[in-house]
Design a protein around this ligand. Structure first.
Ligand code: HAM
Length: 463
């Protein structure tokens, strides 16, 4: 027997911190966005993939990398009853490449183009646009090193943003080189930070020892001065990386995609090579607004121009949270233990971040039906037969709404009027005996009595 006494003052149940229920119009907005993004991806030839929410912890430790904030601080990790170390997926790219390897997709026609959507989990401090459970939409092109794939991902992303109403987005782009040229850059960066070790935070002192590239992810105010003057990866690119980056920028220019160079952009995940990018809202929009840190932000160059040094938007003003980002990850498959390299590029976008934009246009998913009929049932005999009639309506593709709880005709008609529903079906005791229904036009208040067996035909004739 349990010795626990029931407590009299039990707190009502609540969601876990940083997680929330999605209800009503929010649900429709989320589903509508994901459906639209999926449709656009499909037009471009991306195929859907859904990977499990739980993955082995090792996948992200090897993939995203030790020393990154996600792996060091943000994973929801636990041990299963069988003793496996698993995590709630913090991102989708490592899972997609795991699936590529696991399902032998290297034998499919290359490149393999995949899109995904769903919940992701990071143990971050919840704040505006930052949750512990959030929704990503992602695109990945696997199996090609060509710069056109980078451009294709960015272009598809720009089109999705445009269709969602985001008119003022801009892509911040950078190249962080490959295994040929990056070691030299990392050395230069580490030497520079060593020289400035007195002016950096304790986290950065650790990053300097363990993973110097991550120094550029630092959001601590103390380190911003050092970071701004840090050596730039683009200046140390080898010929092949420089050519690749130049081609990507040429594609973006030819496609008229707004972008600017951000030499500090390295992204907080270890798997990137060459191109990295982030989609942010163009600060042109906020020209006269003060940022949350109180400083006035500089106006960005007109869309399509390159060459401006951009600061990290997230740090200067939380108002400009990244809407998404991505890059090339040519060595990730190898890092995960696969025998071959799988050159690949992709991006993912946080739906909840997009909803914060004042430009975001909510779309309903196609599954949403505007009710055409308010179904009113009166008395037990009618209730008994009502589900059969409702089924006739569903088969005739007529969406309804109803009140199973209310019994008076007046209150149900008032509901129909309040909800602006064009027709009501009244099904009472007499109709139940006669096998008829009354169809009422809510605007003209005219009514027809219709035999149940004629109902489907009658409904077809209604506008
Ligand atoms: P990421 O930059 O870590 O990249 O996340 C992508 C986007 O997810 C962010 O820009 C943001 O919009 C959204 N996001 C991330 N964390 C949160 C959060 N705590 N709350 C709300 N939204 C959030 C990746 O995840 C990579 N897998 C992108 C990629 C795909 N790279 C190559 N392919």
């Amino acid at each position: 027997m349990s010795s626990k006494k029931p407590t009299s003052k039990k707190e009502p149940p609540q969601t876990v911190k940083g997680m929330h229920d999605v209800i009503g119009s929010e649900y429709y907005a989320l589903e509508g966005f994901l459906e639209k993004a999926s449709e656009i991806a499909m037009y471009y030839g991306f195929q859907p993939i859904e990977t499990p929410v739980l993955e082995k912890e090792e996948l992200f430790r090897s993939g995203i990398g030790e020393g990154t904030d996600i792996v060091d601080k943000e994973m929801f990790a636990f041990r299963t009853k069988g003793g496996d170390h698993v995590v709630m997926r913090p991102e989708g790219t490592a899972s997609v490449i795991r699936a590529y390897i696991e399902h032998g997709m290297q034998s499919w026609p290359q490149p393999v183009m995949l899109y995904y959507k769903g919940p992701f989990f990071r143990h971050e401090t919840p704040q505006r646009g930052r949750f512990r459970q959030f929704t990503q939409f992602g695109l990945e092109i696997l199996g090609t090193p060509k710069s056109i794939a980078d451009a294709h991902v960015i272009h598809a992303s720009a089109v999705i943003a445009h269709e969602a109403g985001l008119q003022n987005i801009i892509f911040e782009v950078n190249s962080i080189g490959d295994k040929e040229c990056r070691p030299r850059y990392v050395r230069e960066l580490a030497n520079y930070y060593k020289r400035n070790a007195g002016d950096i935070c304790s986290d950065c002192k650790r990053r300097l020892k363990e993973n110097p590239l991550r120094l550029l992810d630092c959001k601590n105010e103390k380190c911003q001065g050092v970071k701004e003057n840090a050596p730039q990866a683009v200046t140390t690119l080898c010929d092949a990386c420089r050519k690749h980056f130049k081609e990507v920028l040429e594609y973006l220019e030819a496609l008229n995609i707004p972008f600017r160079l951000n030499n500090n952009l390295v992204r907080g995940l270890d798997y990137y090579t060459r191109t990295v990018f982030e989609m942010v809202e163009n600060p042109d929009d906020a020209e006269s607004e003060e940022s949350d840190t109180g400083e006035k932000e500089a106006k960005s160059p007109p869309a399509g121009k390159t060459g401006k040094q951009a600061g990290n938007s997230e740090e200067k003003s939380p108002r400009w949270l990244a809407l998404g980002g991505g890059g090339r990850y040519d060595y990730l498959a190898r890092q995960l233990g696969y025998r071959k390299e799988v050159p690949a590029v992709g991006a993912s976008y946080g739906a909840e971040r997009w909803f914060l934009s004042k430009d975001f246009e909510r779309m309903n998913p196609r599954i949403v039906k505007q009710p055409k009929i308010y179904f009113i049932q009166l008395g037990f005999d009618a209730k008994l037969k009502s589900l059969g009639i409702i089924e006739i309506l569903r088969k005739a593709k007529v969406p309804i709404t109803q009140s199973l709880a209310k019994d008076s005709l007046g209150s149900q008609l008032a509901q129909a009027e309040k909800q602006n529903i064009p027709y009501a079906i009244i099904f009472g005791q007499k109709e139940a005996i006669d096998d008829t229904v009354i169809v009422r036009d809510m605007n003209t208040r005219s009514q027809d009595t219709v035999a149940v067996k004629e109902l489907a035909k009658y409904l077809k004739g209604m506008k």
